[in-house]
Design a binder for this molecule. Structure first.
Ligand code: ZN
Ligand code: ZN
Length: 249
């Protein structure tokens, strides 16, 4: 399995428009909206279509998307959905998009032009598939991981010994039991101060220690978290992610 961190920024990205100065940022501190591509069993599996998806696909030379897993419907995780259009044309068939009940409901509402069968305008060809429990596509087994994002019930995902958990305020006990024996965990870590919808750096460290994967990479980081400072602060088995990072398992 190979995982590419397409983006590991918070909802507004890093640097922040109107607040930050580009000259104050090093390469690894430029973060697009959070998303990953997983290459596994000959499949290209995309988690979320953030607002920067087109740029991420070009930058990482992505030529195919086999299916998509949506964590939730917030804008920073979905507003690149129209750029699945070119992938569905190239594939010549609809792309399956998996999500929980609430995310499917919101995608249908927020992007109604995509799912209106009477619409002949150019649009991505997508099939929305509601999932609750473990499912598979093309011999890839996917385990949805129910987590809380403030009041929202959203999904992380586990594939083999890799798990992706972004936009997380807490993890229910029933989900912890699905997180044993991980090689790699990618985990939400917004900033040092606490936030009601996201894990702080210290909360991410605590959760990582409990789950105990071989390696944890942090994602969804706000612009105040600078890569070099954070890397020296973190324990050896936890690192900040960066856009374009490739992880092999
Ligand atoms: Zn987000
Ligand atoms: Zn969110």
């Amino acid at each position: 399995m190979e995982i590419i961190i397409l983006g590991c920024g918070s909802s507004v990205g890093s640097p922040v428009i109107g607040r930050d100065l580009i000259k104050d940022f090093n390469n690894k501190d430029f973060r697009t909206r959070s998303s990953v591509l997983i290459k596994y069993k000959g499949q290209n599996i995309l988690i979320d279509t953030g607002a920067d998806f087109r740029y991420q696909a070009l930058k990482n030379n992505i030529k195919e998307i086999d299916f998509v897993l949506f964590t939730h419907s917030h804008a920073d995780h979905t507003h690149g959905i129209d750029d699945l259009r070119i992938f569905s044309y190239m594939k010549g068939e609809k792309i399956n998009c998996y999500a929980n009940h609430y995310t499917i409901r919101d995608l249908k509402k927020n992007f109604s032009y995509i799912f209106d069968s009477n619409n002949n305008a150019p649009r991505p060809r997508l099939s929305l598939i509601e999932v609750e429990k473990q499912f598979s596509q093309n011999e890839v087994e996917i385990i949805p991981l129910p987590i809380k994002h403030k009041d929202w019930d959203i999904f992380g995902y586990r594939i083999d010994n890799f798990a992706y958990i972004t936009d997380c305020s807490s993890i229910p006990e029933s989900t912890f039991s699905k997180l044993s024996n991980l090689d790699v965990l990618i985990l939400d870590s917004l900033r040092f101060s606490s936030h009601d919808a996201h894990l702080s750096v210290n909360e991410a460290i605590e959760i990582s220690e409990r789950i105990n994967p071989n390696k944890t990479f942090l994602t969804h980081m706000s612009s105040e978290l600078k890569y070099d400072d954070l890397k020296s602060f973190l324990p050896d088995n936890i690192s900040p992610g960066f856009d374009g990072m490739q992880i092999k398992i």
